[in-house]
Design a protein around this ligand. Structure first.
Ligand code: NAG
Ligand code: NAG
Length: 224
């Protein structure tokens, strides 16, 4: 439980910083009402502690077709296409050992897992402007999950995996309907446990209570 609190506190800090930076420096015209403001942080009350050796990074799911501000910067940096045989990458992760790697981001709530219960073709994300975040549902094939875990084991990373908390729900701007369908997440966890992959933490949904999120949910609707 302690480590969960630690991770969550860092996570909220990261989210908070992102939000502040984004709000102040966003020049894309996305939010025309951007105003500068002052943020006061009450440092006198500690809400969580992190390990002395805490260092954390994220690997995301965005495909090469993800473009912002005229640049498609993701290239082959996704969990689905990253070159796991790249020695520089391996050594970089090793150098921070034990690096906590959080696997997730916006598309995690559109990701399904190619386990036995998922009886449709396990296909990657495809661009579709009508869908949340501009992409269709994508799938993580289990052979790729195996390769990723072998890499994490070799590199000595600790993994925090962000589960899809919107599977089975229908999302309209501002709220969600229908219960979470957990069967695919459950079989993914079972597969992972069956393979003895060591997962340091499971995260449910990507920042779904964040006011800025496209898929803003009432917390109550996703709490189990
Ligand atoms: C794009 O998404 C919409 C909404 O889910 C769907 O109706 C449509 O068929 C999709 N288009 C393609 C090309 O898959
Ligand atoms: C939940 O998802 C599984 C696939 O993972 C599907 O077979 C099942 O029908 C879904 N359940 C509901 C209630 O939609």
């Amino acid at each position: 439980m302690g480590s969960w609190i630690q991770i969550l506190s860092i996570y909220y800090l990261a989210w908070f910083s992102f939000f502040v930076v984004n709000t102040v420096s966003d020049e894309s015209g996305y939010d025309e009402d951007v105003k500068k403001g002052n943020v006061v942080i009450d440092g006198s009350s500690v809400i969580g502690n992190i390990d002395d050796d805490f260092i954390c990074a994220t690997l995301d799911w965005w495909p090469p077709q993800k473009c912002d501000y005229g640049t498609c910067s993701w290239g082959l940096a996704s969990l689905l296409n990253l070159d796991l045989n790249n020695k520089i990458f391996l050594n970089a992760v090793k150098a921070f050992s034990p690096l906590k790697l959080r696997l997730g981001g916006s598309l995690q709530d559109l990701l399904v897992y190619g386990t036995d219960d998922y009886n449709k073709p396990c296909t990657p994300f495809v661009r579709n402007a009508s869908e949340m975040f501009g992409f269709s549902q994508g799938c993580l094939p289990m052979p790729r999950w195996d390769e990723l875990n072998h890499f994490f084991q070799k590199a000595g990373a600790k993994i925090i995996f962000g589960l899809n908390a919107l599977y089975g729900k229908s999302v309209h701007r501002g709220h969600t309907e229908r219960p979470w369908n957990y069967t695919n997440a459950e079989s993914f966890i079972q597969y992972t446990v069956g393979k003895n992959y060591d997962i340091h933490g499971w995260e449910l949904g990507n920042e779904l209570s964040g006011g800025w999120s496209w898929s803003k949910c009432l917390c109550r609707s996703i709490c189990l």
